[in-house]
Design a protein around this ligand. Structure first.
Ligand SMILES: Cc1cc2nc3c(=O)[nH]c(=O)nc-3n(C[C@H](O)[C@H](O)[C@H](O)COP(=O)(O)O)c2cc1C
Length: 313
């Protein structure tokens, strides 16, 4: 399999370029040469987010630009492909054409955990929910004492590529569901970002913080409409911000208890994140989780006497 990697100047003319694909396991590379006119046509399609075809000068080869994938159908050679969003970024950067990143919109789907509640379990206890089942699964890690987890947790901005196991993801999500919330109305929603392009777009929406592209990415959003209490809208907004924040803290601590590490991202452009998620809900934070590249000692905190203010008579 070959992956599109980069664009380089053409050897033949100053204005054309070479698009390069590399094989995953070998040094072999595939090159598509574009002349000035072909490259300009490609730029035009990508700049305007249009689909279309660029015919190449051999009168056979062509570039088919679609919203998701761009295919290079080539004479006497295998077809090459690249994600259009990736090609767009590289081509427009290379040509120094100012551009805004494209907002990927992936419709959200229902979450189906790998664990299902067996019939006999539900009859044994009518109260048994999926949450109970997930949290009581035997799989766990040893260092789960809450105070140990709290005192050893550290933010991580460098994750190794190892995937987070599904059972751990389920526990992290279930942990969010154990959080207290105003009136127990659970004024929050969690977006579990599996889509690679959405993760890339979130990096940009988070002030280009690259570690947002972590193995597990959760976006915690506020949903004040769920909070059915007769209070002014500002209060419901505040409750839902608190609900979303506490749920994220539960997930963050659960991650640490499961031997993972995380980084809390508060520096986000809310409007951009909303577009990426395809929602009107305000995001409060992004929690990026994975296995830390290095273990770090806890950061110092201020003296307890400066933090705690005692009022007594
Ligand atoms: C509300 C909030 C917003 C944060 N936003 C960011 C952020 O946008 N980018 C980042 O790298 N870290 C962010 N952090 C992580 C903090 O920098 C980190 O928790 C702090 O330095 C303490 O380090 P520790 O988590 O290792 O104890 C945020 C943390 C919180 C609680």
């Amino acid at each position: 399999m070959s992956n599109f990697t980069n664009i380089e100047p053409s050897y033949l003319s100053k204005e054309g370029c070479r698009l390069i694909w590399k094989e995953v396991n070998e040094d072999e590379q595939h090159v598509v040469l574009l002349n000035k006119e072909e490259f300009e046509q490609l730029i035009e399609f990508l700049k305007n987010n249009n689909s279309g075809t660029v015919k190449l000068e051999d009168n056979f080869s062509e570039i088919l630009i679609n919203s998701d994938v761009t295919q290079f159908r080539l004479k006497d050679r295998d077809q090459l492909e690249v994600d259009t969003s990736e090609l767009r970024t590289q081509v427009l950067d290379y040509a120094k054409v100012p551009h805004e990143p494209l907002y990927v919109q992936v419709p959200s789907k229902e979450f189906y955990p790998s664990i299902s509640v067996h019939k006999d379990e539900t009859t044994k206890s009518k109260e048994k929910t999926l949450l109970d089942v997930i949290l009581s699964t035997k799989e766990t890690v040893s260092e789960s004492d809450l105070f140990r987890v709290m005192s050893t947790r550290r933010s991580t901005r460098k994750f190794i590529k190892t995937k987070v196991e599904d059972w751990k993801i389920e526990k992290i999500l279930a942990a969010a569901d154990t959080a207290p919330s105003a009136g127990n109305f659970q004024g929050l929603e969690v977006f579990y970002i599996k889509d690679k392009n959405a993760k890339e777009a979130l990096i940009e929406a988070a002030n280009n913080q690259p570690y947002v592209n972590a193995p597990l990415v959760l976006v915690f959003c506020m949903n004040p409409k769920r909070v059915k209490i007769k209070f002014p809208p500002q209060m419901l907004e505040k409750f839902s911000l608190q609900d979303a924040t506490i749920a994220a803290v539960h997930s963050q601590l659960a991650s640490s208890a499961l031997g993972l590490s995380s980084i809390w991202i508060g520096m986000i452009d809310e409007e951009k994140v909303k577009k990426i998620l395809g929602t009107d809900l305000r995001p409060s934070s992004i929690l990026c989780i994975g296995y830390a590249a290095a273990k770090k000692p806890p950061k110092p905190r201020r003296n307890l006497k400066d933090l705690i203010h005692v009022l007594e008579n």
